[in-house]
Design a protein around this ligand. Structure first.
Ligand SMILES: *Cc1c(COP(=O)(O)O)cnc(C)c1O
Length: 384
């Protein structure tokens, strides 16, 4: 069934009747172990850390969603990241962007570093910088995000893949912000894609999970080995929740995007807003690149208030529909202040030099009515 839409396939794969019972909704195989017919002789499964039938359904959906040959599910996005780094050895070098997710930054500096992996942070969206870094140091892996968090800058995926291939380096994209629905980096030749499934893929703010997708047949066995040997695997119940969430990925992403575009346009003309960062706005510096490598602009909107720290905090405490909380990608709208919340650990000078000032606000636009969301922002802006 070539060229069937992802909208159809996610519903289809998430509703295959169980071969044993005919159950249309995938059963939760909440069992840690599976009976063997003779010592070492078992059907498909022997132990749930290694694999589980509910996880298999989810992994098939994940693979289809990224157009990948293989997908692996994890207990968190960080567990998924750790699995990809499990392919590296002491002495290997990693080049990455200078505004990556805080947890990835911490993983590199406090975990990978202790295992003898070296790394550097560069302005990865500029080809000359990437080329210079790869020329200077033999590099195993180029790790990047597009769009970045919280500034929503885009990186040209095709460019990074082309340059990295020239130097024999692997590429990996953290695709959490766009979800597989709006961006499929493997189609550009990226080696590994990683997701925090906690966000859009599950979409209901009720699980912590992660995923790795790849077409590299030479790495999949090692990835599966690391997944099993390290053990950051997810429970059958959480797999069931993620299956349920992914069946509606298409409708949710379209609703997130439609609302985000409306909110971004409305904010752009508000006198108390300094600037709006959303790739769907023609004024966004990477709007053309966004149209080239993404099929939608996503549901994340960041903006600068014309306000100081106290006024920004007052605004954030005044919203009634938007919940003040970290994380993103759920059906409900969330709002946060990167400087004091998600990016608090970044030194102030570094933070401000990249543009994460006290007046920057990041919003995860949910699937409520756009008019209600705008009315909520309007009344909160009236408080300052
Ligand atoms: C949340 C997040 C992660 C980490 O995922 P967890 O599920 O919280 O472990 C990694 N990358 C990005 C971009 C994220 O937003």
């Amino acid at each position: 069934m070539a060229n069937r839409s992802l909208d159809t396939d996610l519903v289809f794969l998430g509703s295959r009747p169980c071969p044993l019972t005919g159950a249309v909704s995938p059963p939760i195989f909440q069992s840690s172990t599976f009976a063997q017919e003779a010592p070492g002789v078992y059907r498909e499964y022997d132990y749930t850390r290694t694999d589980n039938p509910t996880r298999t359904v989810l992994q098939k959906m994940l693979a289809r969603a990224e157009n990948a040959e293989n997908a692996l599910a994890f207990a968190s996005g960080m567990g998924a990241i750790d699995c990809i780094f499990g392919l590296l050895q002491a002495g290997d070098h990693v080049v990455t962007g200078d505004d990556i997710y805080g947890g990835t930054y911490r993983y590199l500096t406090d975990i990978a570093a202790t295992r003898g992996i070296t790394f550097e942070f560069i302005k990865i969206d500029q080809e000359a910088n990437l080329r210079e870094a790869l020329q200077r140091t033999k590099t195993k892996l180029v790790w990047f995000e597009s769009p970045t968090n919280p500034l929503l800058n885009l990186v040209d995926i095709e460019m990074v893949v082309r340059v990295a291939k020239e130097f024999g380096a692997w590429t990996a994209v953290d695709n959490t912000f766009m979800s597989c629905y709006f961006q499929q980096p493997l189609n550009f030749g990226v080696d590994f894609v990683m997701h925090s499934m906690t966000k859009y893929l599950n979409g209901h703010s009720d699980v912590i999970m992660g995923a790795v997708m790849t077409n590299r047949s030479d790495c999949i066995e090692r990835l599966k080995f690391v997944q099993n040997a390290v053990g950051a695997t997810c429970s059958p119940f959480d797999c069931y929740l993620a299956i349920r969430g992914m069946k509606t990925l298409a409708v949710r992403m379209k609703a997130h995007e439609e609302n985000a575009q409306k909110v971004a346009e409305w904010l752009s003309q508000h006198p108390k807003i300094e600037k709006v960062l959303y790739p769907g706005l023609p004024a966004h510096p990477h709007h053309e690149l966004a149209k080239k490598q993404m099929t939608g602009f996503g549901g994340m909107v960041s903006f600068y208030l014309k306000a100081d720290l106290d006024q920004t905090i007052k605004f954030l405490q005044s919203t009634k529909l938007f919940t003040l909380a970290v994380s993103l990608g759920g059906v409900e709208s969330l709002i946060e202040q990167p400087a004091t919340m998600t990016h608090f650990e970044m030194p102030k000078e570094v933070r401000e030099s990249v543009g994460i000032t006290d007046s920057l606000v990041r919003a995860s636009i949910g699937i409520e009515s756009a008019e209600d969301l705008i009315a909520d922002l309007d009344q909160a802006l009236a408080q300052i």
